[in-house]
Every structure is written in C-alpha cells, then in structure tokens.
Design a protein around this ligand. Structure first.
Ligand code: FAD
Length: 439
C-alpha cells in the first residue's frame, strides 16, 4: 500500500473536472496543488464572467454524490428540471424526463466546488491553490511543470503525478502531443454560440415560462436557443447558430435584435430586455472544438481528463457529465489497483478512450440539421417513446432518452442508436455540415 500523503499531485485547471478530482484525491490522503490561468473565482462576482448553464444527469450527479454534501451544496444554486419545453411560434411541446436534471451555471458550479474544497481541506498542509497562473510547459524527464506567475515571472514545480484538467486548449495535452507522440485530432463544431440572459416571466404581458423545465426553440437555418431556469426569475442559456451562417451578420442594431426575436422567437421576445438585446450584440461569439485522442495518459505519471482529453459539442449536454464521470472512474481504478498509478493510468485510457469516441459521435450526430430529419427527430422523441412503452422488445428508447434518462455507457448508447446516428451522419455528409477537422 503506498503512502499517499507523501505524493504530490499537481492538477492544472480548476474547472469542474480538476476541482472534483481534488476532492477525491484529498480524501484519499494525497497532497494536491492546483493551478489555474484564470483569476480566483472567489474574488469575482459570478455574473461578471462569461458563463452558461450546465445540465447534469445521472453520470455527472453520481460523481458529485460520492462526496457527501457536495451535490446538496451545489443544489442550493441550481434548479432541478423535469424536462424540456420545445417552443414553436405559437405552441410548445413538453418532453418530460424520467429523472430530474440538475441545471447550474458553470461558474457557480466551479465556485461551490472550490468553496467546499477549502472548507474541508485548509491550505496549505494538504491543499494549495494558485490562480492567475497559466501552465507553460511540462518537462516529463525532470517531472516538473512550469507556470507564469501573476507578476510575469516563470517558475516550475515538481510533481509525482500530473493531471491535465485544463480544458479544450490543454497545455498538458499539447506537451504530450509534442513530446510523447500522443495522437490528437481537433475539429471545429459547426455551431458557434453566444451566452444569453432572459427573464423567465413578464407579468405585465402575461408571460410565465415553467420554472422547472429547460426551454428550447429551433429557429431554422441551424439556429436554436436553449435556456435553463436559474434560481429566481432569470433564465440563462446559449443562442446557438451555424458559424458559417450567423444571424449576427444581419443583426446590426439593438432594434434589429428585438425585431428578430419578435418574428423568430415570439415566446421569448417579452422576456428580452433592451439592455440584453444590446449586450447580446456586443457579446463575443464563441466557437467550440471537438477532440479525439488515442490515449489519455503518459507512462505512470501524467493523465489528461475532461475537456482536455475529449471536448465535445454541447448539443446533448454531456461534456461536463463525462468530465465528472472521468473523475469517478479514476477513483474506482485507484480503489481497484490500491493506488498503483502504473496500472491505473493505462487502464483509464483503455476503458475511457472508447467511451470518449462514442460520446463524440453521439454529440456530433444525435441532433440532425436537415428539415426532414428534424421532423423525424421529434416524431421519434414523442411517438417513438410511446412505441417503446407499448412494445419494449421491438422498439428501443430513442438516443436522447438513452443519454439523458439512463447511465448506460456511451458506447452502449451508440450501439443501440447506430441506425439513427448513421442516418444523421449521412445527411450531414451530404450537406457538408460535418465537423471541420483543423489538425
Ligand atoms: C454553451 C455550452 C453549454 C454546455 N452545456 C453543457 C451541459 O448542459 N451539460 C454538460 O455536461 N456539459 C455542457 N457543456 C460542456 C462543459 O462546459 C464542459 O465539458 C466542462 O466545463 C468541462 O470541464 P473541465 O473541467 O474538463 O474543463 P473546463 O471547464 O474547460 O475547465 C478547464 C480549466 O482549466 C483552466 N486552464 C485552461 N488552460 C490553462 C492553462 N494553460 N494553465 C492553467 N489553467 C488552465 C481554465 O481556466 C479552466 O478553469 C457545455 C459547454 C458549452 C460551451
């Protein structure tokens, strides 16, 4: 049995994956040092940072629940949603979920994970935290990782194990690609997005959207809006559109945005303030990357996980779920192999790479883009669900129900949904709307 208290684990990235992993490793007795390039979230009001809501179902929630009290602390700032309302111009269709989905603002999730960490493990004995400190490189021979401090000076720290939880543009992954032949393909998701903040009610106009449902609307031309209710009367979400056909190319003024909502998103127009219409114009457009790596570790000392290892399109809301599930997986392997990292790390790659590749396919191809398939998609969601209830032997659940209402492995969901996924893949290939490979 190894003495975990003598082992220094350096985690690069204090996002959901890095912080949850710190909870698990500190509980096992390791010494943990966390570095993040962003400022300390405890010093900044959450609404001053760019953010978006995250929906967590079984997979992510179970990883949180294993640390007693953690999910309860997050739930204080979350809304439990019972499903989704898909809005059309004049009516809305309710798609209920079997199990509640925890929706929480991404930055709030990070803040609670961090506050819970420092409340349980006072610095600096077992835990140290350094913000405003981007990782610059890794020297795996010397077992050091280098950073740039807030004053501009570079410095290095030693590690026994190094975890790259530093998101889609991971510096740790880049070092593995450059020096250890890690094979990693990146592609742009065809969608781009802007964060958006709306009210949930406008009583003077008699509008009140359900407080415990996600609200979605497909606008056409590959644009859609996804909004999650926040505690209070606010909704927070993403306005998603084709990067090649952005509606913001045509929307030049606040009045244009208000008109666009009045014609394309009439349900949401009374919930959009003039200030938010102006802010939406000014807010930067974000593009997203998909990653496909052939392994997630190097030797017995370096591991990448979460978005650093397998960033995916947010179309089915599984990026964070799978990042948190990675952490639970590492913990299970540490249990299984009594903290022998020389076995844990290759096993992690062997078991998780196949899941990550399946998740990438599910994220890229569950939601169709052609009009005809969008119709079929909603038929499968509604009629298909009934058929499954009546004839479970003949009709398996639709892909979204498998992803959101079960905790099946992604590879199993993909196997059960192969027909639909291949159909969407073919239609995208025909319209050249598949992800663009960048390297
Ligand atoms: C619009 C949108 C909606 C989404 N909705 C959902 C959803 O509903 N459900 C879901 O499961 N997922 C969703 N996701 C995906 C989810 O946000 C990510 O999968 C999740 O945040 C990944 O967590 P992570 O900790 O791996 O990486 P990140 O959240 O990216 O955190 C990485 C951390 O590393 C730090 N970092 C980066 N580079 C460096 C460096 N060089 N040095 C030091 N630190 C560094 C960053 O500052 C950051 O704190 C959504 C994503 C988007 C964009």
């Amino acid at each position: 049995m190894i003495d975990t208290s003598s082992q220094i684990i350096v985690i690069v990235g204090a996002g959901p994956a890095g912080l949850l992993l710190a909870h698990y490793l500190l509980r096992r007795g390791y010494r943990v040092q966390i570095y993040d390039r962003r400022p300390d979230p405890r010093q900044i009001a959450p609404d001053q940072q760019r953010s978006f809501p995250i929906s967590l179902q079984h997979r992510g929630r179970r990883a949180l629940q294993n640390i007693p009290g953690l999910e309860e602390a997050i739930a204080e700032y979350s809304v439990m949603c019972r499903g989704t309302y898909v809005h059309r111009k004049s009516k809305a269709r309710c798609i209920p979920r079997k199990h509640p989905i925890l929706t929480v603002d991404r930055n709030r999730l990070v803040l609670v994970l961090l506050e819970q960490l420092v409340a349980r493990y006072p610095e600096p004995t077992q835990l140290s935290l350094t913000f405003d400190c981007p990782c610059q490189g890794v020297d795996s021979q010397a077992q050091t990782v280098s950073f740039q401090a807030a004053d501009g000076q570079s410095f290095s720290v030693n590690y026994d194990r190094l975890i790259g939880a530093d998101g889609a543009k991971s510096c740790v992954r880049a070092a593995l690609v450059a020096e250890h032949g890690l094979n990693c393909q990146q592609a742009f998701v065809p969608d781009a997005y802007k964060s958006i903040f709306l009210a949930r009610t406008n009583r003077s106009q008699g509008v009140e959207l359900a407080p415990d449902f996600i609200h979605a609307c497909n606008i056409g031309g590959d644009a859609r809006i996804l909004l999650a209710p926040q505690p209070g009367d606010q909704m927070h979400g993403a306005f998603i559109f084709s990067a090649k056909n952005s509606p913001f190319g045509r929307l030049k003024t606040k009045a244009d945005v208000l008109d666009y909502f009045a014609t394309q998103l009439p349900t949401f127009r009374p919930l959009l303030s003039e200030a938010e219409a102006e802010a939406l114009l000014q807010r930067p457009t974000a593009r997203l990357t998909t990653l496909t790596c052939d392994r997630f570790h190097q030797g017995d000392r370096i591991l990448i996980l979460g978005d650093a290892a397998h960033a995916v399109s947010p179309s089915i809301g599984q990026g964070c779920n799978s990042a948190l599930q990675d952490v639970e997986w590492v913990n299970q392997l540490l249990d299984q192999y009594q903290d022998d990292w020389s076995q844990v790390l290759p096993q992690f790659s062997q078991q998780r790479v196949i899941e990550a590749h399946a998740l990438r396919d599910l994220s890229d191809y569950s939601f169709p883009r052609s009009k005809a398939l969008v119709l079929e998609f909603f038929l499968r969601l509604t009629v298909g669900r009934k058929l499954h209830q009546w004839f479970p032997q003949r009709f398996s659940p639709f892909v979204f129900d498998l992803v959101l209402d079960t905790d099946l492995n992604y590879s199993e969901v993909l196997r059960l949904s192969e027909g639909w996924i291949n159909k969407v893949k073919r239609s995208m290939a025909a319209t050249a709307s598949a992800p663009e490979v960048t390297s």
